[in-house]
Design a protein around this ligand. Structure first.
Ligand code: MN
Length: 128
């Protein structure tokens, strides 16, 4: 977490409604939410600044969330930043598969407005 106590969260999501919902929920709770709609956009943003957490949609139009995660790590960015998969995949085993692919956590879609911010706060404390 940055010294100010305000968490900065990169939200990578290609669906406009889902992106707005996530960013609005975070902003309402005092986080700074930075939106990105593609993997390429996310990669450019992490090269420019540090984040306290990255929420990564798995299904993206250019490179998918797994490829974006790998590109971010390969670029040496977000070394201490949890990168969390956000996906509608709800089948048993998906969580383990995504964690095996290098994600630090998992949030399922659709976002549950009652638990989302609490989940994000907990994930932000996950040590890398
Ligand atoms: Mn998507």
């Amino acid at each position: 977490m940055s010294g100010t106590g305000i968490g900065v969260v990169l939200v990578v999501e290609d669906n406009d409604k889902s992106l707005k919902l996530a960013c609005d929920l975070l902003a309402f709770s005092g986080y700074q939410a930075v939106p990105a709609r593609t993997g390429g956009e996310a990669l450019a943003l992490v090269r420019e600044r540090d984040f306290d957490l990255v929420l990564m949609d798995v299904q993206l139009p250019d490179m998918d969330g797994v490829a974006t995660l790998e590109a971010i790590r390969a670029a040496g960015r977000c070394a201490d930043t949890p990168i969390v998969a956000v996906t509608a995949f709800a089948m048993k085993g998906d969580r383990e598969r995504l964690l095996g692919q290098g994600f630090d956590g998992y949030v399922s879609k659709p976002i549950d407005v009652a638990t989302f911010v609490g989940d994000v706060a907990a994930l932000m404390r996950v040590a890398r």
